[in-house]
Design a protein around this ligand. Structure first.
Ligand SMILES: Nc1nc2c(ncn2[C@@H]2O[C@H](COP(=O)(O)OP(=O)(O)OP(=O)(O)O)[C@@H](O)[C@H]2O)c(=O)[nH]1
Ligand SMILES: [Mg+2]
Length: 299
C-alpha cells in the first residue's frame, strides 16, 4: 500500500499555539502548553500515525530576541527545523493584528512547501478574520492559508489533508518509527516538562522563565514510579516563591505534576522535588548541558 510520510515543522512567534496544534494533531499531550510566551524550549516530536501515513511533527520554541545562552539554544532549535523539513507550518495568531509586519515575519521562512496556519479562530469570527487575511495573499510562495482552532479541533483535518498532499509517498520501509510511538521523547523528559508546565501555570512570569527541571532519579518498581526531581532556579528570592508559605506552593506544584505523570505512565507515582538555586544557569554552557539543553541531539 502507498504510504505518505515525512517531517513537518511547526514554527511561529511565542504563544501563537504551536504546541497546542501539535497536541491536537497527535491527540496526546506531547508538548506542554501555557498562556505564557516561551513555554517550549526544545524541539518536541509528535508522531502522527494512521492507516495510510506516518507524519513526524516537530514543535519548536517561539521565535524571540534571545537574551541568554538558553535563548540562543532555543533559537538554534527553530533554525534547525525551519531549514530541514518536508513541509513547514508557519503559525500566525488569528486574534492579533495581521499586517505588513506579519508578512515580513512569514517571509523569513520563504522556501518550498510552506503552509500558513492562522490559529485560535474560536476566539474570533468569520467577519472579523477574513478581511484581515487579504494582506497575506502577497505571500506567493505559500501553498495555502488555513485558519484553524486547536481547542475546537476546527479545520485540523483540512490542514492534515493539505499536508499529506505535499509529502513524499513510499512504503513501510520509508517509515522512521514504530507504528505505536507518538513521540521520540523519553518519559523522563516528558515528566520534567509536566513539572515545568505546572510551575508556568502556578507562578508569575519572571520565576518560571528562570526555572529548569533536572530529573535526578527515575525508578520503576512494579506498579510504582519513584521520581526525584530538582527545580533549578536563578535566585534565593525565586526559591522562596516556588516553596511558598510553609512549602504550600511546592506541594501544589508537586501534586498537580504527580497526577498528570500518573496518567501518562498509567501507574502510581511517588514524586519528590527539591528546589536548588544556581545563579545565572541560563548563561552557563556547562549547566545548560547538564540539564539537557544542548543541541547535540538531532530532532
Ligand atoms: N482559544 C484558543 N486558545 C488557544 C488555541 N491554541 C492555543 N491556545 C492558547 O494559547 C496559549 C499558548 O498556547 P501554546 O500552544 O503553549 O503556544 P506556543 O506557540 O506553543 O507557545 P510557546 O511554546 O511559548 O512559543 C495557551 O494559553 C493555549 O491554551 C486555540 O485554538 N484556541
Ligand atoms: Mg510551545
Amino acid at each position: 500500500m502507498e504510504l505518505t510520510y515525512g517531517i513537518v515543522g511547526i514554527v511561529g512567534k511565542p504563544n501563537v499555539g504551536k504546541s497546542s496544534l501539535l497536541n491536537a494533531i497527535i491527540r496526546e499531550k506531547v508538548s506542554i502548553v501555557s498562556p505564557k510566551p516561551q513555554t517550549t524550549r526544545d524541539n518536541v516530536m509528535g508522531i502522527y500515525n494512521d492507516d495510510d501515513s506516518q507524519i513526524v511533527f516537530v514543535d519548536t520554541p517561539g521565535i524571540f530576541q534571545s537574551d541568554s545562552k538558553l535563548g540562543d539554544y532555543m533559537n538554534r532549535n527553530v533554525a534547525s527545523v525551519a531549514s530541514d523539513v518536508d513541509v513547514l507550518l508557519v503559525l500566525v495568531d488569528g486574534t492579533k493584528e495581521i499586517n505588513q509586519e506579519t508578512v515580513k515575519f512569514v517571509s523569513r521562512f520563504k522556501k518550498e512547501n510552506v503552509i500558513l496556519v492562522v490559529t485560535k479562530t474560536d476566539l474570533t469570527n468569520f467577519e472579523k478574520l477574513y478581511p484581515k487575511l487579504s494582506v497575506l495573499n502577497e505571500l506567493d510562495f505559500v501553498i495555502d492559508i488555513i485558519p484553524i482552532s486547536s481547542h475546537k479541533l476546527k479545520n485540523v483535518d483540512v490542514l492534515l489533508k493539505v499536508i499529506k498532499e505535499n509529502l513524499p509517498k513510499g512504503d513501510e520501509s520509508c517509515l522512521m518509527f514504530e507504528r505505536d510511538m507518538y513521540t521520540n521523547k523519553s518519559v523522563k523528559f516528558l515528566a520534567s516538562e509536566i513539572i515545568r508546565e505546572k510551575i508556568l501555570l502556578a507562578l508569575d512570569d519572571e520565576v518560571p522563565h528562570g526555572v529548569a527541571i533536572s530529573i535526578v532519579k527515575f525508578e520503576e518498581e512494579g506498579n510504582l514510579a519513584r521520581i526525584y526531581a530538582d527545580i533549578i532556579c536563578e535566585r534565593d528570592s525565586h526559591k522562596g516563591i516556588i516553596l511558598g508559605k510553609g512549602g504550600q506552593m511546592l506541594k501544589k506544584i508537586g501534586q498537580n505534576a504527580r497526577i498528570e505523570i500518573e496518567k501518562m505512565l498509567e501507574m502510581k507515582v511517588f514524586l519528590e522535588i527539591f528546589v536548588k538555586v544556581k545563579n545565572n544557569w541560563k548563561n552557563s554552557l556547562a549547566l545548560l548541558s547538564e540539564i539537557g539543553y544542548n543541541n547535540s541531539e538531532d530532532y
